[in-house]
Design a protein around this ligand. Structure first.
Ligand SMILES: [Zn+2]
Length: 110
C-alpha cells in the first residue's frame, strides 16, 4: 500500500500534538508518505519571498501552508472525536479499513 505506515489519508481531520502548532486541527490536504509529512489545512504557514515578476514588480512575501511530520499529528476520529491511532481490519467483504483504537469504530467509509 502506498500509504505505508503513515495510516493517514487526504481529507482526514488531524490534531497537531506537538511542536509550535500544538492544539491546532485541520484537514489533510496533501500527504507525502515517503517523507512521512502532511500538509494540514490552515495549520503552519511559512512565508516565502517572491522574486519580482511582471505582475508584481516589487516582489513580495506570500504565505504558504507548510509540511508537518506525521509524528506530530494524530488522526481525529470522526466517530468519537478524539485524537487516536488506528489499526487495520478487514471487513466481511475483504476490504481493508482503518479502525479507531479508542472507540473501535471503522473510520473509513465502506
Ligand atoms: Zn473513535
Amino acid at each position: 500500500m502506498a500509504q505505508g505506515k503513515v495510516g493517514l489519508k487526504k481529507g482526514d481531520n488531524v490534531l497537531v500534538i506537538s511542536g509550535e502548532d500544538k492544539g491546532k486541527s485541520g484537514k489533510i490536504v496533501d500527504i507525502f508518505p515517503k517523507k512521512s509529512q502532511v500538509i494540514v489545512e490552515g495549520v503552519r504557514f511559512i512565508k516565502k519571498h517572491m522574486k519580482p515578476t511582471q505582475k508584481s514588480p516589487q516582489g513580495g512575501i506570500v504565505t504558504q501552508e507548510s509540511v508537518i511530520n506525521v509524528s506530530n499529528v494524530r488522526l481525529l476520529c470522526n466517530k468519537c472525536n478524539k485524537p487516536t491511532t488506528i489499526r487495520r481490519e478487514r471487513t466481511k467483504e475483504g476490504k481493508s479499513v482503518r479502525v479507531c483504537k479508542k472507540c473501535g469504530e471503522i473510520i473509513d467509509r465502506v
